[in-house]
Design a protein around this ligand. Structure first.
Ligand SMILES: O=c1ccn([C@@H]2O[C@H](COP(=O)(O)OP(=O)(O)O[C@H]3O[C@H](CO)[C@@H](O)[C@H](O)[C@H]3O)[C@@H](O)[C@H]2O)c(=O)[nH]1
Ligand SMILES: [Mn+2]
Ligand SMILES: [Zn+2]
Ligand SMILES: [Zn+2]
Length: 877
């Protein structure tokens, strides 16, 4: 089954080394060193009764004097001028209206934070204040790094009482590193500005600890009029129905009944549409803080790796040059190269795409360094070169113009090569396609072919022209056999999930359609501001970006832009449980796709089915045994490998050909002695894991690596073999793929279903709208394509409506918020509105033909109801 007959199968090794990143260095301007003057009025900041400096904001420590602080709390907008955090009440301060809200001020996720986090936040503030006052000094650390000496305490509390916080391993580690670096610095510049340097560092450290994102509420003066109009319209609707029901048309009773039913349906669908828009929010991210926190100078880069998925199916409808542009824009994203991998799924098994990718990889060796050197946007060459802007404007490098011209020429050459490949691919030769090395192309029959994988670039592959590493690029065509359902895009994505788990296993994955390129090279960083947030991140299943399009005519003839949906509905959902998944431009949390529940307080994720209330969850098995939880991926991995020979006894016809012994058992078994108990439990859980994830020990081991990464003791050759195994067409049989985990099957709008499943489990999602659109796609710009698309979406909704996943009755007892359920219901019942709409439109014609009228002659007041309803409809659209 497995084919590795392909020419030049290159595999990337998995060594991760960090690179000094010099492109993201924008240290914010330093604050004035004076910590005792008020930054609002310039007065001296006083001291408290107990002789300590007054601190207004416990989050950023922005220096503000007491009178200004009190003015701000009573008269102003009640929050810190720097970080916008709501001011907390100080001891001995007069109570101000709104104080009782203090517990609810931070954000909507606040109520779910474990109590400990609140404490952490508080304690962190101390330390920030410390920093702000120039007293922060790691030298004062207790040898065990657990407590500060209380001598320098300025924040009004004694540090001795707050030891728990400093036992936080992460923080400890950070301080430790910081200390080391500080010492190094000290050696380097002994005489000059050691103090200065320290202060600068203090400031950066404080800045890095500030929140990575902020919720920006939409001002009530803007949103309240809308709410009022909605309520008014609701009231008018009630009057309207009262009137309609009390005045039946006796001579045309059936007609009247139909029209009232239609009207009730319209009213209901209007309610479904309006109410999820009640609490819209927007969010702001702070990329510089992300960089300060995770990309410290002289330390390993701690940003989380991301696997990019691109799906393609038909090289004729989705031209290879477009796919190539998408791939190029991914390879050149502004992110550490060793943390980016790009997986291209080819459901069309086309040699054209295969060859185009080889060319693309070659071109990327010149394109990527060019993008990074001149920081250009967008990094998809086709769209970059067709921009009609003055590209000379803010460019200072003298070489830019020359290099740009050269690059443009090279891109044109590249395009010519791709076009000639396309031209060659127009007519399939009788004997099928033959690869460059003379072997026949395995995918000659697109419905019956083996799985194919080809790895380009990456650390073991080609370097760019400047000798730097490039992200890994992987071509994948999953196995297709007659009789095996392939489940379209959902099936392709699940294959990608498994291949990427085996080859790179990044904790986050970005999913793009082949016609959606990265328009903002910092998009992944934007997503990381949420996903790497220590509190929010663990609860997020994905970050959704709006879908934006190129090449739509000025009047948006076919309503491709979907402004109401992407700029209003989605923001509304963001204020509830999170935006729906729209199929592209989404960064996923890998754990969420594996069907786990979001972590509850301290506990590790557990698995439950959400098809029934929680009392039945014991039947689903698969919950992880507590013993195995603490094990590293390496250990569990070896447990599975060890039990390989037991598989036949378990009644499964699991035979893998030619995979041989992939892992050095002797070596990884070390340290397992004395874990009899563990072995038993993991044997049991192994079975349930296989039922869930399928029979790949490597894949199962990878699911246990909570922060991603590959288990130790693997080699890339055997990993590629395993990758071929996990994309075989029978792999998903008798597993939960597509049912409970990964992309969910059963609808052509698999995206709605997939997002819905995760929200039902209690995950949240976030809507991220950077100023520069993160991704851009090409929308169908001819009528028939657009109609097909809209029809397909409607059919997809109907499929969900008729499936067991219908939001009307699925997942009660779970954690789906009711407004969220309303929104999902709206997205799947809308196609049905066409029926009452049709009926309603024919009623007047029937009335005219039969001469019977369903509306009695109306008085002036009744007339007003009729008039006001459409009026309000226009207003609340
Ligand atoms: O068998 C298939 C069929 C489709 N695709 C890919 O799926 C994506 C979306 O398909 P397309 O035909 O372009 O659908 P659209 O209606 O344009 O896409 C929107 O609607 C889809 C269904 O809701 C979502 O999956 C998409 O992400 C979203 O952009 C494309 O990248 C395809 O290459 C496959 O990989 N395999
Ligand atoms: Mn599309
Ligand atoms: Zn002041
Ligand atoms: Zn502040």
């Amino acid at each position: 089954m497995a084919s590795n007959s392909m020419a030049g199968l290159i595999t990337g090794s998995n060594s991760h080394f960090s690179r000094d990143s010099d492109e993201h260095q924008t240290p914010p301007t330093r604050q004035a060193s004076s910590k005792t003057t008020c930054r609002v009025c310039g007065d001296e900041i006083g001291y408290k009764e107990n002789g300590e400096l007054f601190v207004a904001c416990h989050v950023c420590g922005f220096p503000v004097c007491r009178p200004c602080y009190e003015y701000e709390r009573s008269e102003g907008n009640q929050s810190c001028p720097q970080c916008n955090t709501r001011y907390k009440r100080h001891k001995g301060c007069p109570r101000v209206a709104g104080d009782e809200e203090d517990n609810f001020d931070a954000d909507d996720f606040d109520d779910e934070f474990p109590v400990k986090n609140h404490r952490e936040d508080l304690d962190r503030n101390h330390d920030v204040n410390h920093v702000e006052n120039g007293d922060y000094n790691p030298e004062k650390l207790h040898p065990n790094g657990q407590a500060f000496s209380s001598a320098g305490s300025v924040a009004g509390k004694d540090f001795e009482g707050d030891k728990e916080f400093y036992s936080n391993a992460e923080w400890q580690e950070r301080v430790e590193k910081w200390k080391v670096r500080q010492e190094k610095r000290g050696l380097l510049n002994k005489e000059d500005g050691k103090e200065d340097q320290g202060e600068e560092d203090d400031y950066l450290l404080a800045e890095a600890r500030q929140p990575l994102w902020r919720k920006v509420p939409i001002s009530s003066s803007l949103i309240n009029p809308y709410r009022i109009v909605i309520v008014m319209r609701l009231v008018i609707l009630c009057f309207f129905f009262r009137f309609r029901i009390l005045t039946p048309a006796n001579d045309a009773y059936p007609l009247w009944l139909i029209s009232v039913i239609c009207e009730i349906w319209f009213a209901l669908s209007w309610i479904l549409d309006q109410f999820p828009k009640w609490f819209p929010i927007t969010r702001e991210t702070y990329l510089d803080r992300l960089s300060l926190r995770f990309e410290r100078e002289g330390e390993t880069n701690e940003l989380a790796p991301v696997d990019f998925f691109v799906s393609t199916v038909d090289p004729l409808k989705e031209p290879p040059i477009i796919t190539a542009n998408t791939v190029l824009s991914i390879l050149s994203v502004d992110y550490p190269v060793d943390k980016v991998s790009c997986y291209v799924s080819d459901d069309g098994a086309s040699m054209l795409l295969f060859d185009s990718l080889a060319e693309t990889a070659e071109f990327a060796r010149r394109w990527v360094p060019f993008c990074k050197k001149y920081n250009i946007e967008p990094r998809a060459p086709e769209f970059y070169f067709s921009q009609k802007i003055d590209y000379l404007k803010d460019k200072v490098q003298p070489t830019f113009v020359k290099e740009r011209r050269a690059m443009k020429r090279e891109y044109e050459e590249f395009k010519v090569k791709i076009n000639s490949l396309v031209a060659k691919a127009q007519k399939k030769p009788e004997e099928g396609w033959v690869m460059q090395d003379g072997t026949p192309w395995p995918g000659n029959n697109t419905r019956d072919h083996p799985g194919m994988i080809q790895v380009y670039l990456g650390s073991a592959g080609a370097l760019d022209v400047e000798g730097k590493e490039l992200p890994k690029l992987v071509y994948i065509s999953r196995e297709k056999r007659p009789g095996y359902p392939h489940h379209k895009k959902a099936g392709a994505m699940n294959a990608l999930v498994r291949v990427s788990a085996v080859l790179t296993n990044a904790p986050f994955m970005l999913n793009l359609d082949c016609d959606h390129y990265v328009n903002n090279s910092k998009a992944v960083r934007e997503a990381m501001c949420f996903l790497m947030d220590p509190n929010l991140g663990k609860k997020l299943c994905y970050v959704q970006f709006p879908q934006r399009f190129d090449g739509i005519d000025r009047h948006d003839r076919y309503a491709n832009r979907n402004t109401v949906f992407f700029d209003i509905n989605m923001k509304g959902l963001d204020g509830i449980q999170g935006p729906v998944y729209v199929g592209t431009g989404t960064v996923f949390n890998r754990q969420a796709l594996y069907g786990y529940d979001p972590p509850v307080s301290e506990k590790r994720p557990k698995m439950t089915c959400d098809c029934w209330p929680s009392w039945c969850c014991c039947c689903c098995g698969g919950s992880r045994k507590s013993k195995s939880k603490k094990k590293s991926g390496k250990g569990l991995f070896s447990v599975f490998s060890k039990n390989k020979n037991k598989k036949k006894m378990m009644g499964k016809d699991y035979v893998r050909k030619g995979s041989g012994s992939m892992f050095d058992l002797e070596e990884i078994e070390e340290g397992l002695e004395g874990y009899e108990d563990l072995e038993k439990s993991s044997l049991m859980s192994q079975k349930s894991f296989e039922k869930r994830f399928g029979q790949s020990p490597v894949f199962i081991a990878s699911t246990l690596m909570e922060n991603g990464g590959l288990p130790e003791g693997t080699n890339s050759q055997s990993l590629v073999k395993e990758a071929i195994h996990v994309i075989s067409c029978g792999y998903e049989e008798k597993t939960e793929w597509g049912k409970e985990i990964g992309w969910i099957y059963g609808s052509v709008t698999e995206d709605i279903l997939t997002g819905f499943k995760m929200h039902c489990r209690g995950w949240k999602s976030v809507y991220c709208m950077p100023k520069r659109p993160a991704f851009k796609g090409s929308a169908p710009i001819n009528l028939s394509d657009r109609l097909h698309q809209v029809l397909r979406w409607a059919l997809g909704s109907v499929e969900i409506f008729l499936s067991r996943h219908c939001p009307l009755w699925y997942g009660y007892g779970g954690k789906l918020k009711y407004l969220q359920r309303m929104a999902y219901t709206n997205t799947i019942v809308y196609p049905w509105t066409s029926i009452p709409l049709l009926a309603y439109c024919t009623i007047p014609a029937v009335c005219l033909l039969t001469g019977k009228f369903i509306i009695p002659t109306v008085s002036t007041t009744q007339h007003n109801y009729f008039l006001s309803s459409p009026l309000f409809h226009i207003m609340t659209l």
